[in-house]
Design a protein around this ligand. Structure first.
Ligand code: URA
Length: 261
């Protein structure tokens, strides 16, 4: 890796602003390979050298990725005057600058949101041409009708005339009001509007997967997980709907713990 300025490295890989970084350097709070360094213009290789700031080692990878289990009421934004934001679910010490939610989930939906400062990955995940699948568990107000899957697969027409891309939809066995849906695009309130187009109403919507990565049931509402690079690659390598369905059904009751949160 090319050598980069110590002050830039600190500003990129810690929550501190550039002026905080200057102060921390002046105070001798920054060590490179155990030695205090006060000169921010020093060029270092963060992959080879160990940099600590107030005793905490800087991450060595260039990008960070978290998944959070968004609770009800949180918005997918970095700042909001009225609602709590998803980035606040990451503890301050790990909240690197530039962290943003890659994609949206409504305030009244819950579940998996990816947070990163890697604009390239976010772009690849969200690019309409890629159609990276997103999986949602939903609870309906009225029982699931047998023709829903066929209608969703044919491409539903929403009330404003928008024609949706074909989507996979399947009821959760032995449950007449729960289903799993897989979308290959991300329109405003899409799942809710698709179910409304079929005369039903979504009471609960929980995103359980993005691409080839499912939200682990161990992450409860408001919890988060930092991803390894291997997991990040999985995001862009989806599995067939049938195998995702099987994994979700096997864990189904655990996902319901999030309901109402
Ligand atoms: N579809 C919706 O209706 N809401 C979401 O948050 C995501 C997909």
């Amino acid at each position: 890796m090319a050598l980069i300025r110590l002050d830039k490295c600190l500003a990129d890989r810690t929550p501190h602003s550039r002026s905080d970084v200057k102060r921390l350097l002046r105070e001798g709070a920054v060590l490179v390979d155990g030695v205090p360094v006060r000169d921010g213009s020093l060029r270092i290789d963060p992959d080879v050298q160990t940099v600590t700031c107030r005793g905490t080692a800087l991450r060595s990878d260039a990008h960070v990725y978290f998944i959070v289990n968004k609770p009800l009421g949180y918005v997918c934004a970095t700042e909001d005057r009225q609602h709590p934001v998803v980035t606040a679910l990451i503890p301050e010490a790990q909240r690197v600058r530039g962290l943003f939610p890659a994609g949206r989930l409504d305030a009244d939906s819950t579940g998996m949101v990816l947070l990163t400062e890697d604009g390239d990955l976010a772009h690849r995940l969200l690019a309409p041409k890629r159609h990276v699948p997103k999986y949602y568990l939903l609870r309906l107000a009225r029982p699931y009708e047998p023709d829903y899957a066929r209608r969703a697969a044919a491409g539903l027409t929403l009330s404003d005339g928008t024609v949706c891309r074909p989507a996979e939809l399947s009821p959760i066995e032995a449950e007449d009001r729960y289903a799993l849906i897989c979308l290959h695009e991300g329109r405003y309130h899409q799942v809710r509007r698709m179910m409304a187009a079929m005369g039903n109403h979504v009471e609960m919507l929980h995103r359980v997967g993005i691409g080839g990565l499912l939200l682990p049931v161990s992450i409860k509402a408001g919890g988060f997980l930092e991803l390894f690079h291997k997991d990040v690659e999985n995001l862009l390598n989806p599995e067939p709907f049938s195998s995702v369905y099987e994994r979700i059904v096997n864990n189904f009751p655990s996902y319901l713990i999030n309901e109402g949160q």
